[in-house]
Design a protein around this ligand. Sequence first.
Ligand SMILES: NCc1[nH]cc(CCC(=O)O)c1CC(=O)O
Length: 311
Amino acid sequence: MKKRKLIIGSRGSELALWQADFVKKQLEKSDKNLEVEIKIIRTKGDKILNKSLSKIGDKGLFTKELENELFKGSIDIAVHSLKDLQTELPEGLILAAVTKRHPVEDVLIARKKKTTIDSLREGAVVATGSLRRKAQLLHLRPDIKIVDLRGNVPTRINKFLESDWDAIILARAGVERLNLKKYISSYISVDEILPAVGQGALGIEVKEDNYDAIEILESIHDFDTYVETAAERSLLKALEGGCQVPIGAYAKKESNGLYLDAVVASLDGTITFRKKARGSSANPEALGKTLAKDLLRAGARKILSDIKSNG
Ligand SMILES: NCc1[nH]cc(CCC(=O)O)c1CC(=O)O
């Protein structure tokens, strides 16, 4: 019998290709009659490397070109890091599957093993391009100096090794997927720094009428991760935050309900609003919305509007 074929669209970075290949293997394992091909698509975010992400600030910076290919039908599915996927998808596209998530937290990469945020020297220099990491780190350690850092995961580690910075912060998921665990000095607990919405999970985007692809993807969909990230994404949407605002969130499904922990911080980290709530796993969107409203009322509204008006 002739094999069925599915084409994955992926960015060309090492991490994106690892992730696309992971999805390919899982799908081929679950359906022996399926042949999966990976097609590399360059996105605007891959082309502009000299500007800080918060300054480019486009919606869909890492996704738009992939979405165009989905509409054209030259790829069947687009594999994204869920945290890079905007909360509102273009009309006609759906988030068809969310994979089981890797440990969600960020990690500290410093000169010595076991270095933690607490043990960094007074006035240490830490490089990160993420406003979320910057704000939460400054909240814990106002003495730290932050410098901008961009590039793919291996590039960032190489820049660190060649620099005189004290440390950088990355997502555990990206570092461990690329087998770069040896560079990790310590795991940063979510009590110290909340991860980005969707961090550690993969999101698979498909044209809403591609029923074959939607059916094939059922085998890699992880329901608990979906419920957790749906609460986080609903919160982010209600806060009207893209990936470039200092917002962190972490949801966990437990036997007695769904927990959501979220923070909105000012850019300099002096003010943070952090709240936790529990809701029903049957309605993750409601939990996200409710917690967003709570945060906005508590003072996050002012922080977010200040950031929007001053850039
Ligand atoms: N912003 C880039 C990005 N997108 C996804 C990951 C890592 C994988 C993940 O979090 O799922 C990273 C690197 C990082 O933030 O360190």
